[in-house]
Design a protein around this ligand. Sequence first.
Ligand code: ADP
Ligand code: MG
Length: 716
Amino acid sequence: MSRIRQQNVLAAQWTPDGAALGTPDLTVADNQIFGENVFSQAVQRQRLPKDVYKRLSQTLAKGEALDTTLADAVALAMKEWALEKGATHYAHVFQPLTGLTAEKHDSFYAPTGEGTALASFSGKELIQAEPDASSFPTGGIRATFEARGYTAWDPTSPAFILENPNGALLCIPTAFVSWTGEALDHKIPLLRSMDALSRSASRALKLFGKDVGRVFTTVGPEQEYFLIDEQYYFERPDLVITGRTLFGAKPPKGQELDDHYFGSIPERVLACMLEAERELARLGIPIKTRHNEVAPAQYEIAPIFENSNVGSDHQQLTMQVLQNVARRYGLVCLLHEKPFAGINGSGKHNNWSMGTDEGENLLDPGDTPHENLQFLFFCTAVIQAVNRHQGLLRASIASAGQDHRLGANEAPPAIISIFLGDELEKLFGAIEAGTAGQSTPESFLGLGTPVLPPLPMHGGDRNRTSPFAFTGNKFEFRALGSSMSLGLPNTVLNTIVAEAIDELASELESTLATGGTLEDALRPIIQRSYAANKQIVFGGDGYSDDWHDEAARRGLLNLRATPDALPYLIDPHTIAAFEAYGVLNERELHARYEVFLEQYVTKLNIEAETAAALARTMLLPAAVRYKTELLAAEEPELASETGERIASFLEVIRALERVNLKENHPEDDPLEHARYMHDVVFPAMGAVREVADRLEKEVADDLWPLPKYSEILFIK
Ligand code: ADP
Ligand code: MG
């Protein structure tokens, strides 16, 4: 998309209104149905009494609490709209710390006592509900305080209708909070971080002569996923239970041929995608691109970006719709980060930027010297933030699934670094060296002429191995896992960048107070910040071994696995920044740390138990049967070969069972427990797999009980 068109769309994105609909890339048919299941601003304008609509908009713009009469009026209009759409129930939808979406359905209808039922839905029910939430992870927050939590309507993310062949459901996006006001979900901190960034960026923009109402952060996620035939899925208990295959020998044909990437999309898959996209369009989610990915049976879907809150809600919905629609085509959508060993895993590219309520993208280099200065200011802030909080950024994307991917030469390394591109890196280098104005780029800080060389928006020089890349007018955080919620990584980005913007803005304010031009004041600030933080900037191959050595020399963090990364959630720097900006307090951070550790342990434990059970009850018997057949066929040599393999199989299975015995787990210390799972249990699973995968290649095909990679991945 050209920069200008991008900006037009940008302007349309801020509101949860269906106005995003300026979407030039949707087909005509999509445009007609776009947003039809959304209680958008357009619908509100049409259905709410004029004064109610006006009061609602004003309340939202000011970020104030809604009074009950207003809520009642909105609830009435929402209910009527939903009933017309065939809804019988409503649900408060929220995002607990599991990273999944949760919802509790309530009927609109209540019996009247006269044998009939009346549909009712009050403002109170719209605004607040109390889910039976005792089973959601809270990291101890609710145990020590009130035992209850409640969901609260988020009017900045539009309500929508979810259809089912047998009915429809009004979904109300909500935040999930404890009675003492602590965030139990991913939405609240995200909203708080957006406010924080808005305050800092608006303050900084004043120094550039701009008075803006609000600055929004934006997100456009590129989602990777696999589609496989459901028959194979249901024949693989490991996939059903853990989301990934715990066994499976490398097929003779893997992804070596590279023939899948951007290849033509198989018909059944395309039909499924088209239906999913139609459904997403009706939900007001502006899908823009689809294509094959590198691995066989792997695909990607990406929407046009939206503000972080709406974009994040939409991303949860996108994952849900992909999974639902796939089933209608006899397919299963796998969102796990690493469903197949030896085949690329799936990630999510988190395109991120900041823009004003007037649609100006603050990471767009612009065409005039003044715009360029402003861009350099915000870009410097991002570099400073990412360098200072590299560990926290890495922690924000840590999970059991991610441990297979990060650093595995298919995904960015576990080392966080920034790719700026040649031109921009040279420019910062020149500013730092104080040579700008003399050498390349010649006219930096010169007057009257554009100071920045044109930066390529697209193109071959784009570095695909960098975890955090500048791509023309946004940063792309490429290290997210495919199944993750966007909440935490964007909360972290917003908060740490808000902090850096404020620091730079303070410096700039005090320098400007002593007189002089903006250029003169800014130059030394960028110079200092870049010199202090440029260790994070790396333009080379992030997959190479050289980079690991070089990163170690630079003192960059290399947090390989989840237990290495998660402690950065409660690092003193993290707590200081998050408390200063009111995003998460120390207890809320601790709660997340504990929940994520616990999830990690639980996931690996389920995998280990599943692996041991499958090995013992499916694979071992197959091998034994094969040996019996060989003996019956009077093939003693082959039988004894198989017999030896069986013996070593049994040995590794027993070892896995032993290390995963409950009494062997160090359960008292959650971090130590996570480390144990990573260092001891995980390798024991690997050892079982190694022998199993050999057996798969040796045992007669008709006896092998699990569908093989060659079937799962290549039959479409
Ligand atoms: P590419 O495919 O080359 O990475 P695109 O322009 O297609 O680049 O963008 C990829 C993703 O980045 C899309 O989801 C898009 O909406 C998103 N994106 C573009 N501009 C922004 C922005 N200013 N803020 C956040 N996301 C953006
Ligand atoms: Mg991209």
